[in-house]
Ligand binder design. Sequence first.
Ligand SMILES: [Zn+2]
Length: 231
Amino acid sequence: MAKRDQESNATKPEGAASFAELAALLAELGRNFYGRGWALGTSGNFSAVVSREPLRLAITATGLDKATLSADQILQIDVEGKVIEGVGRPSDETSLHLAVVRMRGAGAVLHTHSVWSTLLSEAHAEAGGMSIEGYEMLKGLAGVRTHEHREWLPIIDNSQDMPALARSTEAVLRQHPNAHGFLLRRHGLYTWGKDLAEAKRHVEILEFLLEVTGRTYSMSRRGAHTAGLSD
Ligand SMILES: [Zn+2]
């Protein structure tokens, strides 16, 4: 515990949160996401940048029940994913977090396993992604000023080969420089932000939009079915 109270020697921007502060915030966020059904069981993982030079990330350890996530279950890792503070093994998907931080300059990366991201990532997999447009809630995404915005959410085939998955992620991020997130097929959502608050907002916005899109599709199918029965 004493170690956790020590400030890292690494450089961090003025006013930026310490590792201990970020660990507490990530734990609180994990419990909150569990409560909303976005990180059930041991699913999901969350990270925030502690410092850029050298790169240090606060990230959830693997295999944790998010319902009871606590600050001492958050690890500090370096640019290679090596643990430099805390007990446990970092998430299996650490290389994806590092890829997003490197390529987007993100201050936080959040990954959920919601029902809607799982369903829609399969439904739109053949198209390589899905577009969401015309909703007021799109304005919750950084830089989006109008509901007329068209958000393209790329979909990446899932894999247990993490180096390969990190390479696919890098390729998709390069190909879609304006995307605010991406889906892993039959797996879940990744999004990020300049800081933890923005990343959390992006999860809320994208999860809302995914649910609206999914429910709209089910309602139209049910409508068509009902109409068919009454003919
Ligand atoms: Zn996952």
